[in-house]
Design a protein around this ligand. Structure first.
Ligand SMILES: Nc1ncnc2c1ncn2[C@@H]1O[C@H](COP(=O)(O)OP(=O)(O)OP(=O)(O)O)[C@@H](O)[C@H]1O
Ligand SMILES: [Mg+2]
Length: 342
């Protein structure tokens, strides 16, 4: 399988760096083990991998090439946030049963042999506790896990107030997975080529001027007061400044300043494929929870390949600068640099 990575890189117009080559070799071994495992219930499953490193090093790219090339029908790839949304819905149906978590995992994943979580981050202590149980069920059901993250296992659930709760799960991750660091020389996302946008997300814009003329020139008609709408998100009302066909327009404080969850963002992203988020402040001046929600929102929109027009109070580097911001903001910055106008 090693050649597959080299070839995919050539086709994409680049060469693998040393860290990527080492990870590709380890992934190839996993691929051979998974493909060669004919009798699934005989013996332990192949040991999974936890691929981590700084933003834009090609972790998602490598693991996607691996996943696509893997000749295994019973594989499942899911964005971490998305998995939890589905999981909570299924778990709720089983919650009166003693082994609710096992049942929910079995129902969601069936006879899946490889589960691939892109972007494994845990911030919510409730999710973290559930995560421990989900992982135990996965490993009991002999499902091999592949994950990518910006954190080493020991750095997950970074908030020092809650971190200790996650320590048993960290031990479980370290005991069950090989940890592979992919920390190449730079954030490749910053090397946007002249080829033009490669994804819908990259067709979005970052605008710093609130001037309506500038917005119109960028193809964005400012909302009028009577375009304001209440959206029903799982029984709760959320205010949008405007809703036009596939477009939804939010104000930063109304969206990220409320107790919105990643699940809410996923629900809204199901309905609208173009978003405008107006009034992005200098995040250092915003509430830390709002900054974390904003990071989660950008993850969701980037992963869904949603077009995002971000109307900000300051240039990107300034808006996202601050020592006290969540670590995830580095990932947000790397993704937002893909927008036009940054
Ligand atoms: N060796 C390379 N040279 C140039 N570009 C590369 C290389 N490897 C990957 N890329 C490109 O870099 C971009 C970022 O890669 P990717 O999304 O996989 O990063 P990541 O490590 O998952 O980042 P994050 O932690 O932010 O999720 C992709 O567009 C990918 O095609
Ligand atoms: Mg990634």
């Amino acid at each position: 399988m090693l050649d597959t990575f080299e070839q995919a890189a050539r086709e994409a117009g680049f060469a693998l760096d040393d860290a990527q080559r080492a990870a590709a070799a380890r992934l190839s071994r996993l691929g051979a083990e998974l493909a060669g495992r004919r009798r699934f219930f005989a013996g332990p499953p192949p040991r999974g991998l936890y691929v981590w490193g700084p933003v834009g090093r090609g972790k998602s790219w490598l693991t996607e090439v691996f996943y696509e090339a893997l000749p295994l029908p019973r594989k499942h790839r899911v964005h971490f946030h998305e998995f939890f949304r589905e999981f909570h819905a299924v778990y709720a149906r089983h919650r009166r049963e003693r082994n609710a978590c096992d049942l929910a995992v079995a129902e969601l994943l069936g006879d899946c042999r490889l589960l691939f979580f892109d972007e494994f981050h845990v911030h919510d202590p409730g999710d973290a506790m559930m995560m421990g149980r989900v992982l135990t069920s996965l490993f009991d059901q002999k499902i091999t896990l592949l994950a990518t993250s910006n954190y080493p296992p020991g750095g997950l659930l970074p908030n020092p107030v809650h971190h200790h709760m996650f320590e048993p799960t960290i031990k479980l991750l370290e005991a069950s997975l090989d940890v592979v660091e992919v920390a190449g020389p730079r954030d490749y996302r910053t090397e946007r080529t002249a080829q033009g946008p490669r994804s819908r997300f990259e067709t979005g814009q970052y605008l710093c001027s609130p001037d309506p003329q500038h917005l119109r020139a960028a193809g964005l008609e400012p909302p009028t007061a009577d375009e304001r709408r209440q959206l029903d998100i799982g029984g709760r009302a959320l205010t949008a400044r405007a809703v036009r066909d596939g477009l939804v327009w939010f104000d930063f404080h109304e969206l990220c300043g409320e107790r919105t969850s990643t699940i809410d963002f996923l629900t809204i992203a199901d309905r609208y494929d173009t978003w405008v988020l107006a009034g992005l402040p200098r995040l250092a001046t915003a509430d830390r929870d709002a900054a974390q929600r904003f990071a989660n929102l950008v993850d969701v929109l980037h992963d869904r390949d949603t077009r995002l027009h971000l109307l900000a109070e300051a240039p990107l580097a300034e808006a996202l600068h601050g020592d006290t911001l969540p670590t995830d903001i580095n990932r947000t910055l790397s993704r937002l640099r893909l927008l036009n106008g940054t």
